[in-house]
Design a protein around this ligand. Sequence first.
Ligand code: HEM
Length: 487
Amino acid sequence: RRKQARALNFPPGPKGLPLLGNVLDINTSEPWLTFTQWVASYGDLVYCTIFGRQIVVIQTVPVARALLEQRSNIYSDRPPVRTTKEVGSEFNSAMLQYGEEWRLHRRIFHQSFRAEAARNYLPNQTRKARQLLMGIYESPDRYQRHVELFASSVIMSVVYDYETAPHDDPLVLAAERAIEVLVKVAGPSTAALLEAFPFLLKLPVWFPGATFKRMAIQSKKSLHEMIDVPFRYARDRVNSCTSGQCMISEAIKRFPESGSEGFEVALKSSSATAFIAGVETTASTLIIFVLAMMLYPEVQERAQKEIDAIVGKDRLPGFGDRSSLPYVEAVLRETLRWHPVFPLGLPHYTTKSDVYAGHYIPEGCVVLANLWAMSRDEAKYSKASEFIPERFFKEDGELNDDSIALAFGFGRRVCVGRHFADASVWIAIVHLLAAFKFMKPLDENGAEKHPDPEWSTGLISHPLKLECRVVPRLSGMNAAMLMESNN
Ligand code: HEM
């Protein structure tokens, strides 16, 4: 390999400092912006090092396909994270090394979340969207919390067949607490990038050992609760034949090995991962949608006109209307494109060295798909920083076939929840548009304020707190009507 490395060049990239590598070149709270600037100088594949860690950044969809999909036997691992076991996050399917255990997790997810199977859960998603409206109707100033509760209750419903309480549900609170502790101990988002970007995750190398140990113990304990309590609830109901259809019941019913201890660990781990991977992503996408609606009132109005024309005002929309609402579809695509919640996806990792277009990519290299650069590619999406759903229509007025699949990553590690997530986000968006108007907040003089939210840092990017004036738009709308309306 060494001989090959000498003969071949790494992909182009900025010259780094010894030891530090390119740390000082990178915007550490939004590294995808720096990587995106590098496209102009270095092209579609960039190499850099950070604290000795070799990193390749893929900047375009064709290269992502060529490497992460066509050569998925090399590019499907995740970077090893030293502290995983210590903090108790070894259950997380999204961080598992490429191998048998990961394969079993994927099979379990697949059973419930592959395209046809995910359709079984459309009624759950519709019901939760109605509850979302109810919540916002009752306390519009807490709309962001209701969006988070929609995202968590829809997952709890399909994974555990567990109905969350409208307020302060003990299992949701336990899960949120566990994630909060994990985030604190691992950094502001997941621990996946810890090895590659310790500085990004604000986990200083001088982090006092004793504090880390204490927090690690706390994290382990709270994660244990998050993993075991809902799992036991669901398993007991399956055993007593009182559970409805859910990921746990399907897996226990359909996997021949379901009695074994190893299977039980995989099942409860993948179930908890669904919460970790599916809640913040879904909620963040919806908050970004709200931001877009505030900033682009003409888009909001056009989508609402479409809904009024097709659905009318006497009922709420449902999945049966989806194909008749192309503009709403374009709004969903544009939301995924305009601000991908995972701007760098999740890091991949090479298990073998490779050569691509004459460039050497070493074994043990972190490979990032820069989804931000892909979605801001001016050649494909002109005026890419603006929110323009019209870009998804062909000249004949039909929707084109670009569904922004890039937002869900590539290859064998592609998001397993993507069909389900797409349905959750769609049903929430169409309900929110039907029932409410989203307007900029007012200042003390009654003038509209430009929203300028603070953004989260880490793997997932979303507005931390987004003030918004949410106003009902259905006349005579009341809680009872929303609860009872059926399609
Ligand atoms: C809008 C919502 C969502 C977005 C934008 C999203 C996006 C992503 C992305 C970019 C990845 C990394 C793919 C890669 O490595 O190339 C990922 C992985 C993953 N997602 Fe999602 N996701 C969403 C919702 C969900 C939901 C609802 C679930 C579960 C039901 C889920 C489960 C997972 C899992 C388990 C992985 C790790 C897969 C693996 O490592 O094999 N996601 N997601």
